[in-house]
Design a protein around this ligand. Sequence first.
Ligand SMILES: [Zn+2]
Length: 193
Amino acid sequence: MTRELCCPVCGAKTNTSGARFVSEWALASHVAGSIRGGERLHISWAKHNAPNIDLKQSVPRLAEDLMWPIKEAGDSPNQSPTPTVRDAPPAIDVVTAAKLGEWRRHIVQLVGALDPTGRRPDEGVAARIGRLSREGKIPRQIVAMMRTVTETRNLAEYESKVLSATESQAVSAAYAAVQEWASTVNMPFGEGR
Ligand SMILES: [Zn+2]
């Protein structure tokens, strides 16, 4: 009997070309490829489950090193000991650093549009948002939402923070609130994507 192989990190049963994982090697290559491609969920999994493995080596070497930790994760006791076809875990829409970077750009553009001539030399986006709030151009609750997006982006970008599902929902909601406010004051938002 063959067990259907499924990624212990993201629950995928197929590689990016849609082919099912025919071997543990194919599955390990998927995890290694995702790590080398910068996918944060798989990187974070490897850091926790295989802390001694060099994540910067080539995909085949990395896949070779990951075979055992992946097999161990697949064989963990909280899973059925008999070969079964398991359903993939529910997909978690994790907000990536790239997405946060895009959202931050939209906020920077919005702030620029609200304050076309006012920028002081060397004034960062956080300081500028604070000043516009004091000048009454951005309501305080929207300032809080903007900061949620920009500060979360900084953590993801500079400290490689991987967001949990709940944190992803929170920052998505904050971004949506900024977007909604921009439309109520007729400011363009998220253009030039
Ligand atoms: Zn995966």
